[in-house]
Design a protein around this ligand. Sequence first.
Ligand code: ADP
Ligand code: ADP
Length: 228
Amino acid sequence: MIQMKNVIKKYPNGVLAANGITVNIKQGEFVYVVGPSGAGKSTFIKLMYREEKPTSGEVTVSGINLSTLKNARVPHLRRQLGVVFQDFKLLPRLTVYENVAFAMEVIEEQPKEIRKRVMEVLELVGLKHKVRMLPNELSGGEQQRVSIARSIVNKPKVLIADEPTGNLDPETSWEIMEIFEEINRQGTTIVMATHNREIVNTVRKRVIAIEGGMIVRDEYGGDYGYEG
Ligand code: ADP
Ligand code: ADP
């Protein structure tokens, strides 16, 4: 589902944030990406949704070669991918419903299909009763649920999350993790960068550890592995 071959990413300031990454993530996998701050986790993830382009090497997602992908085709890629961020990135003037529906409107889905699917995903994340609220009327955990609903509303094959529980308390983080597990059970491949040791060590999945822009560990059922 996601392949990288000898990927190097050098930022204009000279920082080598990816230094020869080769990896293969199969359909249906759930992968944690761990490592110290500044290790290159976000860069690794940004290369997958083409927020960053590699300096050299090849990135393929869902059969789409991102290295040769024309800018005009990036929206096509984004439909195969859902992305969830630490800071939610909701549109503040739109309601819960509208934030999720918007993702379907931009790809010109039928209004009837939009209504049905938006309510379906809001039910999955447990927010059906809050459709008319604005983001600032919600808790952090609820805002993250909206952002997850938005990320999966177009039924992406891959869900990418960059520290999705970074701004949440432990209990809320667990609730969010349960939603990710449910999405994964339904067949979506998940790649999640995280600092949440407790979750990684409890819900065992594949762990890819990155340091200095390189994969230093890649283990199925691995642990978090860092102190502090
Ligand atoms: P992590 O997510 O593990 O904290 P990042 O991928 O954000 O790591 O960063 C890896 C390295 O690349 C860091 O040294 C960071 O400062 C640098 N970096 C990240 N983004 C940029 C950018 N847009 N321009 C220049 N350097 C960057
Ligand atoms: P994260 O919260 O995932 O660790 P960062 O704080 O590393 O994210 O980065 C926040 C934003 O700043 C990102 O868009 C990243 O590309 C950019 N960035 C990070 N480090 C640098 C840097 N050294 N120079 C320029 N931009 C950077």
